[in-house]
Design a protein around this ligand. Sequence first.
Ligand code: HEM
Length: 193
Amino acid sequence: MFIEELRAQTMQDHQQLDKLLIPYIKGCDTAAKYADLLQCFYGYFHPLELLISTYINDNIVPQYSRRRKANVITEELRSMHQNLRSTNEDVPLPRIDNVAGALGAMYVLEGSTMGGKIISKIIAGNLGRQPSDIRFFNYYRDDVDALWGQFVQTLNTFAEELDDAGKEAIISAARNTFHCFKVWIENCYLQQA
Ligand code: HEM
């Protein structure tokens, strides 16, 4: 299955991202720090989702509209009485110019919901709240595994029709998506230091 190859090829990128993020996640011991983390995710997810939407719709990926997650961050910040800060900085984004590239980037965003199960528990524990109160990182709630399974199936079916160069386009977009996010997070927290 293509997913296994993609997972293997991006494993190191995922591990590096985890290593970078975990201290900031564990450090979310106040609502203000949690809001900073959400701002940081929004700054990357929002422009990336717009880019992905150029190539993906509900016919290509089932429930695509529901999978768009950036706007829930705006709602969550609002419910915390925090406004979304506008950012004038250039956000590093992966180059995406076809459906294959967009699916590679989506793999990273959809996969973040799996890590989100752990992240929401850590933050809820820190803030004395329930994981279900942590909306963005627990966005799919009980449907998280079903939505992930459906995405993986779509990705595998799409990749079956591709030659090696097409498969490589998905892998390299996914790797670049991880890489750009790391650069963005470093930048977010450098600004706050
Ligand atoms: C530090 C926080 C994170 C932790 C602890 C974490 C942990 C995990 C775990 C345990 C899985 C496997 C879930 C399973 O198979 O049941 C997973 C999957 C995944 N995560 Fe993370 N994650 C984190 C953050 C992220 C973020 C921020 C992204 C992307 C922006 C991401 C992307 C992915 C991807 C793409 C997968 C799917 C891998 C696959 O099965 O092919 N993760 N994560």
